[in-house]
Ligand binder design. Sequence first.
Ligand SMILES: NC(=O)c1ccc[n+]([C@@H]2O[C@H](COP(=O)([O-])OP(=O)(O)OC[C@H]3O[C@@H](n4cnc5c(N)ncnc54)[C@H](OP(=O)(O)O)[C@@H]3O)[C@@H](O)[C@H]2O)c1
Length: 271
Amino acid sequence: MEHSEKLGLRARYGGYALVTGAARGIGRAFASQLAEDGFDLLLVDREGEETIALAEELSAAHQIDVRSLICNLAEPGLENKARKWLDEFEIGLLVNNAGVSVLDSFFDISLDAHLRTLDLNCRATLVLTHIVGKAMAARGRGGIVIVSSASGLSGSPYVCNYAATKGYGLNLACGLWSELRGSGVDVIAVCPGMTDTKPVRDQSLGKELPFYVPINGPDVVALGALCALGKRPALIPTVADRMSAGLLSKIFPRGWTLSIMKRSIEKMRGG
Ligand SMILES: NC(=O)c1ccc[n+]([C@@H]2O[C@H](COP(=O)([O-])OP(=O)(O)OC[C@H]3O[C@@H](n4cnc5c(N)ncnc54)[C@H](OP(=O)(O)O)[C@@H]3O)[C@@H](O)[C@H]2O)c1
């Protein structure tokens, strides 16, 4: 089988790459980049048709084995599913990408919706990282990516719980990066700013962006994270986002940052 191995990650980690939320957006970009690198793929998503269509497309284009694992990662029983996947496949790279955000005032979002966000963004990430990561550590090789968010660096109004879950992912990745350094298992958190995907388009957030909020393509985020894996614990994928995050999370006092974010989000929402 001919593999392009552009990134060299398949050669480094071996096995299948498991990508959550693979049908769309940033997850789809990860799956495409990893297919180009020659990985066999496990595409996990709740979108059946789109996932199966993507699996067929990538398998045909790259002569790789691509399996669609259709499930809702926020539902109970993920531990058993993850153990079953691990029994069946050697997983060399795990991309914890699936995540949801609800944009509204904290108390206008139901507690149920907040809990579903927590179940996907934190619980599913913890379960997969623990179960799949432990097998990687035993083998002495593997890679783990956690898709966090720039909002996780500072907290954010109108996505208070979402930003808190993204802080969880960032800190989980950073702690693990340090603990596993030298073990052969690489870990990275990627903290994208605004990225051009369906949730952003559905909420019309791309339309009224202030000049200091750049919008990136999903490929930039995925490729940036994969290139930086093994080199640093966390990455903000673009220079513009790094500058904006540097100002907002390192230079300005947190109160200023949150006021700026509040005004920006209200402007984007037309409020
Ligand atoms: N887009 C941004 O501006 C941005 C910025 C920073 C961080 N991020 C993070 O990047 C990640 C990907 O975001 P995205 O914008 O690419 O999202 P997206 O376009 O909505 O893609 C996410 C995929 O995950 C699936 N999914 C959602 N909940 C699931 C669940 N419970 N079980 C299984 N699959 C599920 C979605 O299915 P449905 O379509 O049915 O929901 C969708 O196919 C998320 O963690 C997000 O927080 C995004």
